[in-house]
Each structure stands twice: as structure tokens, then as C-alpha cells.
Design a protein around this ligand. Structure first.
Ligand code: HEC
Ligand code: HEC
Ligand code: HEC
Ligand code: HEC
Ligand code: HEC
Ligand code: HEC
Ligand code: HEC
Ligand code: HEC
Ligand code: HEC
Ligand code: HEC
Length: 449
């Protein structure tokens, strides 16, 4: 056999060899050796779970992205859904930039070329499909294409905080609303009613007498809202399979009664590893700055809700600050929001007027369950994190005007110092919107529409 032929055969066999090693590596420990580079900010926590995104031959699963993200994109009424690009009328645009595939814009494992939100396209990419925008919209004449999204006017997917009718409705809101507060949470009174339970006293605890525990545990439970609602030790310390005492109930026990909170927790950066059946997230896994001493803490329900008080105030500030250690977090206590939180906590201001970490990151939202509208705590902090306009609707406009909120969220200093100071930036895009809305209003009043 001549040398050339041998080289050729080896070259032909190489993919097979690679494929063999990849499939072996999917289950093996050395899989990250085959990973071309770290996954993006949103995914590094699950990057070693290749099979979350890849098929056995290392292609990207056709529904990988949708299986975890479609629900969110639908909820925010994605402005550029895949369906838009299946329309044959958009074939010429798809030929330039195939927006039918998420990976056209979100390639993984390329840390050097990846911007915020896992985007791997240059900033001015709107040009590919909207180069003629100024023809129909003279206001857009001469605007650079890298300003479409950087000035706070548009996002590719989620524009729900920028819709004209939403802005129109809120444009005249004052900077500070007259009664700035967030709505109360719906209590689980129905649960106690439906389960025919009544408040339990310390003596009524049902942990087996053979179990050893400190009196602190029993006391904390007796003063908790669980005891108030008639939830006893065994409601948590028992599995569905047997009546034996479970020493450390996991997240599944909470899920029995708190489905919404558990689901949204599992979709979040805090819960995403548990969702895939991996070991829990710990600060040691983090790329964001964390307290050195917190490295071993595991993220579960009880990392914020102290057992057995299952208290929510500690969970809303001090729990967060026991892990997170960046300048935004550490500046919070300088802010007026913290003063409001202290006043609410001391009882000198009405409930709902304080602003904790959780007020912004784990907001109270309306959820419909069995035809009933309830106000619950959204436990996926990423649902309202980026683009940060997502925080406007569920959070800021409870207390502030929309213009003030857009300005504040566009100011990098205010993000860094946790809003402990007045906003120094004024976003011009808002003026464009105001101008536009006044033109629409003028046309409407002339009856021309
Ligand atoms: C969160 C989803 C996700 C996870 C998890 C993930 N990848 Fe990827 N990977 C991608 C995407 C998206 C691409 C880009 C595909 C494209 O460009 O068509 C990719 C591309 C690749 C490529 C091809 C690179 C190239 O230049 O063609 C390899 C090899 C790869 N991944 C290996 C791995 C390995 C090994 C793991 C596990 C250790 C892993 N990936 C985990 C999403 C993921
Ligand atoms: C196993 C579930 C899973 C899969 C598969 C997955 N993701 Fe994610 N992704 C997450 C989670 C969880 C986060 C972090 C929480 C969040 O941002 O919603 C995240 C974060 C992101 C972010 C970053 C958001 C930010 O604020 O920084 C983008 C963009 C993204 N995913 C796109 C994709 C694309 C595109 C694919 C397909 C290649 C994909 N994801 C596959 C679960 C998944
Ligand atoms: C034409 C480019 C493009 C395509 C195609 C694309 N994205 Fe994005 N994606 C972006 C940009 C740009 C951002 C940054 C925020 C924005 O402008 O909406 C983003 C942000 C995101 C985010 C985080 C922020 C948010 O709004 O929730 C997720 C999650 C996401 N994309 C998922 C997907 C998934 C899933 C697909 C496929 C169904 C997809 N993207 C297709 C460009 C794209
Ligand atoms: C791959 C092609 C493509 C890219 C890239 C793209 N768009 Fe679009 N966009 C479309 C299509 C198709 C429509 C549907 C309306 C139409 O035909 O003009 C649309 C509609 C819109 C609309 C009308 C809003 C609506 O909900 O109907 C706006 C605003 C918009 N795009 C802004 C942008 C901005 C800003 C960017 C960059 C961040 C961008 N688009 C990137 C293809 C694209
Ligand atoms: C709302 C659910 C819930 C109720 C009600 C509850 N527990 Fe627990 N308990 C937990 C969880 C969750 C853990 C595990 C905490 C952890 O992982 O650190 C736990 C842990 C324990 C432990 C082990 C502590 C340790 O540090 O090892 C004991 C003992 C215990 N509980 C006793 C009780 C007793 C006695 C009662 C009733 C008076 C009770 N629990 C009521 C959820 C509950
Ligand atoms: C048997 C049902 C049941 C189980 C199991 C259960 N809970 Fe509860 N939980 C309730 C009820 C009922 C309330 C009543 C609170 C109310 O009136 O708003 C409640 C309240 C709460 C509150 C709010 C406390 C407050 O002061 O406002 C938190 C936090 C909480 N539970 C967390 C958990 C966690 C974490 C677990 C798992 C370790 C768990 N629960 C297990 C039924 C349950
Ligand atoms: C037990 C430690 C721990 C506690 C308690 C905790 N976190 Fe986290 N948090 C983490 C870790 C770890 C991550 C993932 C960081 C990474 O991947 O770099 C994270 C991620 C986040 C993110 C997403 C950051 C991003 O860029 O996507 C936000 C926002 C956040 N936490 C806010 C909070 C808030 C608010 C609280 C309190 C209500 C809190 N955290 C409590 C450890 C914790
Ligand atoms: C990052 C910290 C954090 C983690 C982790 C966390 N919670 Fe919460 N949770 C909070 C905070 C803060 C509140 C109160 C927010 C408020 O009052 O607006 C809350 C409120 C609640 C409530 C009462 C409000 C409601 O929605 O009805 C329940 C029940 C609850 N959490 C259950 C859980 C369960 C179950 C888990 C685990 C799957 C969990 N939490 C994990 C921080 C956390
Ligand atoms: C008034 C609302 C508000 C309050 C209060 C607040 N944050 Fe934030 N937080 C934000 C906004 C807005 C962002 C920026 C999102 C972006 O643009 O990337 C952010 C970002 C973060 C991030 C992500 C940083 C990163 O680089 O990915 C973490 C972690 C975080 N906050 C934790 C906390 C903690 C912990 C507290 C309480 C000590 C807190 N926040 C209080 C609004 C708030
Ligand atoms: C529960 C009500 C409430 C929520 C929610 C809230 N704020 Fe505030 N915020 C206030 C109040 C009240 C003040 C003024 C306190 C004072 O002047 O004593 C304030 C002050 C501020 C300041 C400082 C102004 C100054 O002059 O020092 C900024 C900036 C700010 N908020 C931005 C935001 C942003 C952005 C959001 C949403 C992410 C938000 N706030 C959410 C009530 C709230």
C-alpha cells in the first residue's frame, strides 16, 4: 500500500474515530476535553451535560433550545418568532440570515465572540433584514444600525415593555406614584379550608417520638405560617412511597404544595442544575463574584427560606447577601429602597412599600390556577433580568413612571450602585416615542387616523 493511500484511509476513518470518542465521552467524565470552549453565561452551569443540547453525533438537537425556552418566548410575545421566517414571503431574508435557527445568532462555546445574552452576531445585524427602514420611517433616516437595540428602542425578542400602547398608557405617570407599593401575596387560606385543617400548637406536632431534634426546630415550626395553616411535621418529613421519617426532605416535598414556586425555581439560574438531575448549584460553580465562605452552600428551597421558620424576610435580603458579593449587591444598603424596606420591616410603613432584592428579582406576579387569579412569587430571577426592561412592567411601574424607569435602567452607574442616587442619564429614545405618540394623538383628534 502506498503512503498516499494509507493517509487517505486514515483520513476517511478519522470521523468514525471521532464519533466513537464523542459518544463514549457523552457519558464519560472527560467530555469537556471535547468541548470547543466554555458555554455562554446562561449555560456554563450545565455545559458538561452535553446531551442537554447535543445528539449522540454532536449535532444540535432540533428542539433543544425550544424545549427550554419556547414557553418564555411565547409569553413575552416574541417579535421575531421562528414562524415569521417559515413564511415564504421572507425567504429572501432567511437566505441572508437564517433566523429559523436559534444557533444562527446564538452559537455556543465561543467566549471571545459572545456578547450579553449569548449573542454571537455583530451589533448592527438588523441591517441584514431592515436596510430599507428609513424609506417608510423618515425618523429613522441616518440612524446607525448598531443603535436599534443599544439605545433602548428595540429588542429582537421581547419588546413587551416598549409596546406603543403600553408606553402611551403610562407616559404621563409621575416619577413617583402616589401610593408606591407592590400588591400583597395571596395567602393559602383555601388550602387550610379545603384540607379542613386548623392552626396547630407546639404540642400537636406529629414527628415520631423516636426522632431526635432540638426544641428550636419544634418552636420555630410552631410559630411559622405552616403551623398556622395546619401543615405538620409529617406533611414534609414523609415520602409518597412510605410513612417512614425522611430526615432531610428535598425539593419534591415542597413541590407537593408549592408547584408554581418550585417550577419557576427549577427554570432559574439557581435551580437549573437540579432540573437536569445534576448536583445542586453552589457558589463554587459561579462565575459571578460570591463570598468565599459560601462556596459549599447548596441551592435549594432552604438556602433562602431558613428551616423551620420558612420565613420570607430573611429570604428577601440577607439570604441573597450571604452568597452574592458584587458591587451592585453590596451597594443595596446605601439605597433609598433599603430605607423603605427597613421601614416596612419595622412596621413603620405599610406592607408592600419596601423594596428588597426580591422585590426586583423575585417579583410578585399574577398567576391563574384553576380559574382563580392569585398573586405569587416568581422564583425565576432570570425572567425579569435581561434585557433589563423586563423589570419595568412587573416591578418599577408599581411605584415609578415608565420614563423614569427606562432612564434609570439604562444608567450603568445606577445598576452598579443599586439605584442609590438620582438617574443622570436621559434616554433619547423615549423622546422619539413621545414625539411619535403625540403625532398619533394629533392625527386621531383630526379624525384622519
Ligand atoms: C446549552 C447547549 C449546549 C451544551 C450543554 C453543549 N453544547 Fe456544544 N454546541 C452548542 C451549540 C448551539 C453549538 C453550535 C452549533 C452550530 O454552530 O451549528 C455547539 C457546537 C459544538 C461543537 C461543534 C463546534 C464546531 O466548531 O463545529 C462541539 C464539538 C460541541 N459543541 C461539543 C460539546 C460538548 C463536548 C459538550 C459537553 C461537554 C457540549 N458541546 C455542550 C450547544 C451546546
Ligand atoms: C436544559 C435546558 C436548556 C437548554 C437545552 C437550552 N437552554 Fe438556554 N438557558 C437555560 C437556562 C436555565 C438559562 C438561565 C436562565 C435564563 O436565562 O432563563 C438559559 C439561558 C439562556 C440565554 C441567556 C439569557 C441571559 O439572560 O443571559 C440564552 C440566550 C439562551 N439560554 C438561549 C438558548 C439557545 C439558543 C439554546 C439552544 C442552543 C438553549 N438556550 C438551550 C436552559 C436551557
Ligand atoms: C437573528 C438573531 C436571533 C435569532 C435567530 C434568535 N435570537 Fe435569541 N437573541 C437575539 C438577540 C439580539 C438577543 C438579545 C436581546 C434582544 O435583543 O432581544 C437574544 C436574546 C435571547 C434570550 C434572552 C433574552 C430574552 O429575551 O429572553 C433568549 C432566552 C433567546 N434569545 C433565545 C432564543 C431562542 C430559543 C431562539 C430560537 C428559537 C433564538 N433566541 C433565536 C438574537 C437572536
Ligand atoms: C432575519 C431577518 C430579520 C432580522 C435580523 C431582524 N428582523 Fe425585524 N422583522 C423581520 C421580519 C420578517 C418582520 C415582519 C415584518 C416585516 O416583514 O417587515 C420584522 C418586523 C420587525 C418590526 C415590526 C414589529 C412587529 O412586531 O411587527 C420591528 C420593530 C423590527 N422587526 C425590528 C428589528 C430590529 C430592531 C432588529 C435588530 C435588533 C431586527 N428587527 C432584526 C425580520 C428581521
Ligand atoms: C414545610 C416543611 C417542613 C415541616 C413542616 C417540618 N420540617 Fe423538618 N425539615 C424540613 C426540611 C426541608 C429539612 C432539611 C433541611 C436541610 O436540608 O438542611 C428538615 C430537617 C429536619 C430535621 C433534621 C435537621 C438536621 O439539621 O439534620 C429534623 C430533626 C426536623 N426537620 C424535624 C422536624 C420536626 C420535629 C417538625 C415538626 C415540629 C418538622 N421538622 C417540620 C422541612 C420541614
Ligand atoms: C402540605 C403542604 C405543604 C408543604 C409540603 C409545604 N408547604 Fe409551605 N406552605 C403551605 C401552606 C398551606 C402555607 C400557608 C401560608 C399562607 O397562608 O400563605 C405555606 C407557606 C409557605 C411559605 C410562606 C411563609 C410566609 O411566612 O409567608 C414558604 C416560604 C413555604 N411555605 C415554603 C415551603 C418549603 C420550602 C417547603 C418544603 C420544604 C414547603 N413550604 C412545604 C403548605 C405546604
Ligand atoms: C446559596 C447561595 C445563593 C443564594 C442564597 C442566592 N443566590 Fe443568587 N445565585 C447564586 C449562584 C451560585 C448563581 C449563579 C451564578 C453564576 O452562574 O455565575 C446565582 C445567580 C443569581 C442571579 C442571576 C445572575 C445572572 O447573571 O444570570 C441573580 C439575579 C441572583 N442570583 C439573585 C439572587 C437574589 C435576589 C437572591 C435572594 C433572594 C439570591 N440570588 C440568593 C447563589 C445564591
Ligand atoms: C433565592 C432565594 C429563594 C429560594 C431559593 C426560594 N425562595 Fe421562596 N421566596 C423567596 C422570597 C424572598 C420570598 C418572598 C417574596 C415576597 O414576599 O415578595 C419567597 C416566597 C415564597 C413563598 C410564599 C409566596 C408565594 O409564592 O406564595 C413560597 C410558598 C415559597 N417561596 C416557596 C419556595 C419553594 C418551594 C422553594 C424551592 C423550590 C423556594 N421558595 C426557593 C426566596 C426564595
Ligand atoms: C430596584 C431593583 C433592584 C434591587 C433592589 C436589586 N437589584 Fe439586582 N439587579 C437589578 C437590575 C436592573 C439588574 C441588571 C440587569 C442587567 O442589566 O444586566 C440587576 C442585576 C443583578 C445581578 C446580576 C449581575 C450580573 O452581572 O449578572 C445580581 C446577582 C443581583 N442583581 C443581585 C441583587 C441582590 C443580591 C440584591 C439585594 C442585595 C439586588 N440585586 C437588589 C435590579 C435590582
Ligand atoms: C415598592 C415601590 C418601588 C419599587 C417597586 C421600585 N421603587 Fe424605586 N423608589 C421608590 C421610592 C418610594 C423611592 C424614593 C425614596 C425617597 O425619595 O425617599 C425610590 C427611589 C428610586 C431611585 C432613586 C431616586 C433618587 O432620587 O434618589 C431610583 C433610581 C429608583 N427608585 C429606580 C427604581 C427602578 C429602576 C425600579 C425597578 C427596577 C424601582 N425603582 C422599583 C419605590 C419603588
Amino acid at each position: 500500500m502506498n503512503r498516499k493511500k494509507l493517509q487517505w484511509i486514515l483520513a476517511a476513518l478519522a470521523p468514525l474515530w471521532l464519533a466513537f470518542h464523542f459518544s463514549a465521552s457523552i457519558k464519560g467524565e472527560k467530555q469537556n476535553a471535547f468541548m470547543p470552549g466554555d458555554a455562554s453565561h446562561g449555560h456554563h452551569q450545565i455545559q458538561l451535560q452535553c446531551s442537554a443540547c447535543h445528539t449522540e453525533d454532536m449535532g444540535v438537537k432540533h428542539d433543544a433550545c425550544a424545549s427550554c425556552h419556547q414557553e418564555e418566548l411565547d409569553r413575552v410575545a416574541d417579535s421575531h418568532p421562528v414562524t415569521k421566517f417559515l413564511d415564504p414571503r421572507n425567504a429572501d431574508r432567511v437566505a441572508i440570515l437564517d433566523a429559523r435557527k436559534c444557533v444562527t445568532c446564538h452559537v455556543e462555546h465561543q467566549p471571545d465572540q459572545t456578547a450579553q445574552m449569548g449573542v454571537t452576531l455583530p451589533e448592527d445585524y438588523c441591517y441584514f433584514c431592515h436596510q430599507d427602514v428609513a424609506e417608510e420611517r423618515p425618523t429613522h433616516e441616518g440612524l446607525p444600525f448598531n443603535s436599534c437595540s443599544t439605545t433602548g428602542c428595540h429588542n429582537f425578542h421581547d419588546n413587551s415593555a416598549l409596546y406603543e400602547d403600553f408606553l402611551e398608557k403610562h407616559l404621563d405617570d409621575p416619577i413617583h406614584k402616589p401610593d408606591p407599593s407592590v400588591p400583597p401575596r395571596t395567602l393559602y387560606q383555601n388550602w387550610a379550608h379545603e384540607n379542613e385543617t386548623s392552626p396547630l400548637s407546639l404540642a400537636q406536632r406529629d414527628a415520631p417520638t423516636s426522632t431526635h431534634y432540638s426544641q428550636d426546630i419544634a418552636f420555630e415550626w410552631s410559630t411559622s405560617s405552616h403551623a398556622q395553616a395546619g401543615v405538620n411535621c409529617m406533611d414534609c418529613h414523609q415520602s409518597e412511597q412510605s410513612s417512614d421519617w425522611v430526615a432531610k426532605p428535598g425539593i419534591a416535598s415542597c413541590q407537593n404544595c408549592h408547584d408554581y414556586e418550585t417550577d419557576t425555581f427549577l427554570q432559574s439560574r439557581h435551580g437549573m442544575r437540579l432540573d437536569l438531575g445534576l448536583s445542586p448549584m453552589t457558589p463554587a460553580h459561579a462565575k459571578l463574584p460570591m463570598h468565599a465562605g459560601a462556596g459549599h452552600k447548596e441551592l435549594s428551597c432552604v438556602s433562602c427560606h431558613d428551616d423551620h421558620s420558612f420565613e420570607t424576610r430573611f429570604a428577601a435580603v440577607n439570604a441573597c447577601m450571604s452568597c452574592h458579593d458584587d458591587s451592585h449587591t453590596n451597594s443595596y444598603k446605601e439605597s433609598k429602597h433599603y430605607q423603605l424596606w427597613l421601614a416596612e420591616s419595622n412596621g413603620t410603613a405599610p406592607a408592600g412599600t419596601g423594596v428588597s432584592c426580591a422585590t426586583c428579582h423575585l417579583p410578585r406576579v399574577e398567576v391563574t390556577e384553576f380559574g382563580e387569579t392569585l398573586t405569587k412569587v416568581l422564583h425565576n430571577q432570570n425572567d425579569v433580568l435581561r434585557p433589563n426592561e423586563k423589570m419595568i412592567r412587573p416591578v418599577c411601574i408599581q411605584c415609578h413612571g415608565v420614563g423614569f424607569s427606562i432612564d434609570a435602567l439604562a444608567d450603568p452607574n445606577l445598576l452598579e450602585n443599586n439605584f442609590s442616587g438620582p438617574s443622570s442619564i436621559h434616554v433619547e429614545s423615549l423622546e422619539m416615542v413621545v414625539e411619535k405618540l403625540s403625532r398619533v394623538a394629533a392625527r386621531r383628534s383630526q379624525g384622519t387616523n
